[in-house]
Design a protein around this ligand. Sequence first.
Ligand code: SAM
Length: 355
Amino acid sequence: MQNLIKNAPELKELVTFVPNKIEPIHNWYYYKEGFSKKFVEWCIDKFGITNKHVVLDQFCGVGTTPLTCKQHGIKSIGFDCSPLCTFVSRVKTTDYDLEELEEVKNEVLSWSPEKSDVPNNNWLKIAFNKKVLEDIISYKKRLFSMKNEDTRNFMILALMNASMMSSYVEKDGAFLKVKKKHVPPLKKAFDYSVKKMFKEYSKSNIPNTEVRIDVCDARDLDLKDKSVDFIITSPPYLNKIEYTQIYRTEYALFFDQPKTRIHSAIENEEEHYFNDMRKVIEEMKRVCKGKVAVVIGGGCFPDRVVEVDRSFARLAEQVGWKVDDILVARNSWCTRSKVMKVARMRESVILLSSE
Ligand SMILES: C[S@@+](CC[C@H](N)C(=O)[O-])C[C@H]1O[C@@H](n2cnc3c(N)ncnc32)[C@H](O)[C@@H]1O
């Protein structure tokens, strides 16, 4: 296995969400855990994926894989256990009726917030000033009563982004910081988000290609045997971010908590994590005919680093995959208490094929 590990500095930026910040539609929701459109395009090229194929991402996050595939006219399936992620992925991959969207845009831009009762939720009272929270609830009520599901969801995503722009909360790695600062009025942030999203969509001209997005557990895929051609994905990293924690503001306002996720913060977590990964790899083997690209990072603990790429590749071999390459995209320091260096760790792209 050692000689399969190669440096691939050309993938360094691509395995992060950073390049998506300037990509229209991909940037409709910032998701630190995501990879980039350019990474998916690299895989499309490398594997020779065409519009005759179906691509799966069973940890699709905010839909980078399905949206990129759609932009290239390739059919895709995106699953995630988080309703926030599947909601964002769906909004980004829906084919909107442009005339209807424009009508709804003009209607919502004409709204002014009305007086509303705020929910009795301590976190929301910390995250927003009273006026902003009242305005969010007022807009939310009006949006939720809209009949057309597609345009309603489009506007709810604009409201979710606007809410975050007008909040005291800042995402700082795995943590949330609350900073009492000057924030824009909700209406200003909402109007800005709606106009930006509308402009990007109306210029985008994305092919009308089939995309399925659903909440689903990657350990038990709702798919028939050998029904997909390729997989481009990135599972949660061992001992990394507690996803629901840093998105708690969005969840408190708009979603139910996910019912399931990969173990990450429980006793004996390494063993549980790799048990889960085995199930994930077995499910990949069951549903996929062709090749797989997996972005995965090392596990950082206060006293050690776990080489997850190597263990994942070994598990894949046991399940019957051929490991073609382990491409090291990035090296970073695992630190304890933010500053004390524990060891270097890798973030890699594992390439698998059916034997
Ligand atoms: C590293 S992120 C993937 C991000 C994605 N590549 C993107 O560009 O947005 C891992 C994702 O796995 C999801 N997840 C965690 N446990 C899961 C499970 N059991 N089944 C499906 N998804 C899961 C998380 O909600 C998270 O969105």
